[in-house]
Design a protein around this ligand. Sequence first.
Ligand SMILES: Cc1ncc(C[n+]2csc(CCOP(=O)(O)OP(=O)(O)O)c2C)c(N)n1
Ligand SMILES: [Mg+2]
Length: 338
Amino acid sequence: MAQAEKADSVDGIARSRALSDPEALQVYTQMVLVRTFDERIWALNRQGKVPIAASCQGHEAAQLGSFLAALHDGDYYLFPYYRDLAIKLHAGISVDQAMLSFMGKDGDPYSGGRQFPLQGATPHHRLIQTSNVVAANLTQAVGYALGCRALGENTVVLAYLGDGGSSQGECHEAMNFASIHRLPVVFICENNRYAISVPLDLQMAVSDVARRAESYGFPGHQVDGLDLFECYRATCDAISYARSEGPVLLEMQVERLMPHTTDDDDRRYRSAEELEQARARDPLATLRTYLLETGHLTESQDELLHTEARAQVDRATELAEAAAFPDPSTFYDHLYAG
Ligand SMILES: Cc1ncc(C[n+]2csc(CCOP(=O)(O)OP(=O)(O)O)c2C)c(N)n1
Ligand SMILES: [Mg+2]
């Protein structure tokens, strides 16, 4: 893992500080919790208790590395997309709340069990994801950045998308507009090389997503999205750049370790060998090895972390299973102003 002194970062962008090893251990702890939760909702889906889920397995380093850079910066706003479970769980949504949302229970803090899990806005977490319409969050993110500027605020906006999202019309509009007005937006593309079953070469005729930025007049950079330290560093740099110069695109190259959603069967379009190779690059396992090898984690500490994460997710599962579904008499609530 390339934590320490890498060559100067992306061209034209000042270098910022690296994530320390103790901080990486904290992120690892959070990653273990996210992975335990992610695996649980998948199992609960197979038991008929969670209607649908999109896994973030393989995307965790990109999501948490970028989020942490924003958190350390302090003045940020997040427009994630449906796969950004790790961001949402780190940004302030508790495991208990998330489980209520995935089971569609009344206590779901977003929509009271009416919408796709964890979809909505929690301004106190500086987080908005109002729908699963691919790339719709990007125009909203850019609009938000423009609003901040109008109010004289210095907020930087992180707008997340997938590789498929980069081929969407709204992505073009958002990037074009952000560039014309030099808005402080960091576009973070989690490139897992699939849009559901459609591979990258059928989505676009250019070799990489980062190159798209050039046509809008701002920089685009490829980042090893499986390397937490690189994701953190690249996002720190991108945030500084966005504040002083305008938008920037980071293409974080990740692996999707699960099917598109719980409704998908990826064996129809992805070979077992390909999946095996992706699994060998699992960012959680890579970070674990790094922490063990550098003496920041022991096997027994690691076991304890997993036991604690399981206990937390077990408790959330029990709570959510015992919780009530929305009362049918509230069906029309929040739809029409009274
Ligand atoms: C505008 C729009 N078109 C189609 C869909 C259906 N859809 C949902 S997810 C998805 C694929 C998106 O792939 P990508 O952006 O690469 O994100 P990933 O799921 O791989 O993280 C599609 C086509 C949608 N939700 N919105
Ligand atoms: Mg994709």
